[in-house]
Write a protein that binds this ligand. Structure first.
Ligand code: COA
Length: 339
């Protein structure tokens, strides 16, 4: 039986999950008509079979808001109950205002303070831990945490190294402070760790389009406003850091890998997920994988997967669940919770 909480935090629980992915499906075969690739290469190297692409005119905030509405419905609360909205995204609607402010308007959550977090694929877990700190101080009670991305807006559709990997979507959770006597509350967070190595910023980035390399016709011609990645190096760091972060969060919670009922990892590459599971000694059937359907949706992968795991019954009340992410920065993060 896991300890209720050993991390000097109040009991803070996920009380609802929701997700949204756009209708349009882009298969590996579709991509093979755009770049020199094929289903066999993409499937064996990544595990991805298809991904979703947002409709024209559909912004990150639209997907985020729909995921948020579904999470609120699942939690059985209204938008007026939310006092904090954090959107984790690297594809905001615009530089400012924040996508969280736009979500507030769309779902009419008028009692919330709102801001975005930029931590790439670790963004959702960074946002979750940030909300936990706000809740722990007593400053906020009920937070809406969203991971939402329209990565199709950052893809270089001529670069086969990257365009096959990414997709669009959004996931959300409602996190709430529990009463002092609710030490065994479902969905409670036991521990969380976050890390960053800014010396490796160049390995995964969108170099242009902001203040360092502002938008000019020349820069756009050179595709500087799209994703650039050193795939092999990223792969190695991802496996190492996700294993370390998992072990740290488990140790902080007083648990071991044997206690985990389900790992919900960032969905970037099936080989990364398999390598982590093997190193941690967790059998494959206890890793949740949905990247074959959606590809890498950056900050959205974990909340979308958590929502699917919850709704499909893959995780049940009382299960120990490990969430672990890695992304540009490099950033990494891990959270242990009891569902
Ligand atoms: C991107 C990734 C799938 C590439 O797999 P890889 O085994 O490392 O492959 P390489 O990059 O070494 O490329 C091998 C060959 O396949 C080719 N290739 C790359 N993409 C291809 C594609 N979509 N279709 C066909 N061939 C492709 C390369 O050009 C290269 O050819 P060459 O040997 O003739 O030069 C892998 O490195 C990866 O998943 N990295 C981590 C990515 C990630 O998770 N990023 C997000 C982290 S949050």
């Amino acid at each position: 039986m896991p300890p209720p909480n050993n991390n000097h935090f109040c009991t803070c629980s996920i009380i609802g999950t929701g997700s949204y992915v756009p209708d349009r499906v882009l298969t590996n075969d579709d991509l093979s008509k755009i770049v020199d690739t094929n289903d066999e290469w993409i499937t064996t190297r990544t595990g991805i079979k298809e991904r979703r692409i947002a409709a024209e005119g559909q912004a990150t905030s639209d997907m985020a808001s729909e995921a948020a509405r579904r999470a609120l419905a699942a939690a059985g609360i209204t938008a007026a109950d939310i006092d904090l909205i954090i959107v984790a995204t690297v594809t905001p609607d615009m530089f400012f205002p924040s996508t969280a402010c736009i979500v507030q308007k769309k779902i009419e959550a008028w009692n919330a303070v709102c801001f975005d977090i930029s931590a790439a694929c670790s963004g959702f877990l960074y946002a979750l831990q940030t909300a936990r700190h706000y809740i722990n101080t007593g400053n906020r009670k009920t937070a809406l945490i969203i991971g939402a991305e329209k990565l199709s807006s950052l893809i270089n559709w001529k670069d086969r190294n990257t365009c096959v990997l990414f997709g669009d979507g959004a996931g959300a959770v409602v996190v709430q402070r529990m009463d002092d006597d609710a030490k065994e509350a479902p969905g409670r967070i036991l521990s969380a760790v976050m890390g960053c190595d800014g010396s490796l910023t160049d390995l995964l980035k969108v170099p242009g389009g902001a203040s360092a390399i502002p938008v000019t016709p020349e820069n756009v011609d050179q595709r500087l406003n799209t994703i650039h990645m050193e795939g092999r190096e990223t792969f190695k760091h991802a496996v190492t850091r996700m294993c370390q972060a998992s072990e740290q969060a488990l140790s902080m919670a007083g648990l071991t890998a044997a206690d985990i009922k389900m790992v919900i990892p960032h969905q970037a590459n099936l080989r990364i997920i398999s390598a982590i599971a093997e190193r941690l000694g967790i059998p494959e059937e206890r890793t949740f994988v949905n990247l074959q359907k959606y590809g890498n949706t950056s900050a959205a992968t974990i909340p979308v997967a958590l929502d699917e795991a919850n709704r499909s019954g893959a995780i049940q009340r009382g299960d120990v669940v490990l969430l672990v992410a890695f992304g540009g920065g490099f950033t990494w993060a891990s959270t242990v919770l009891v569902w």
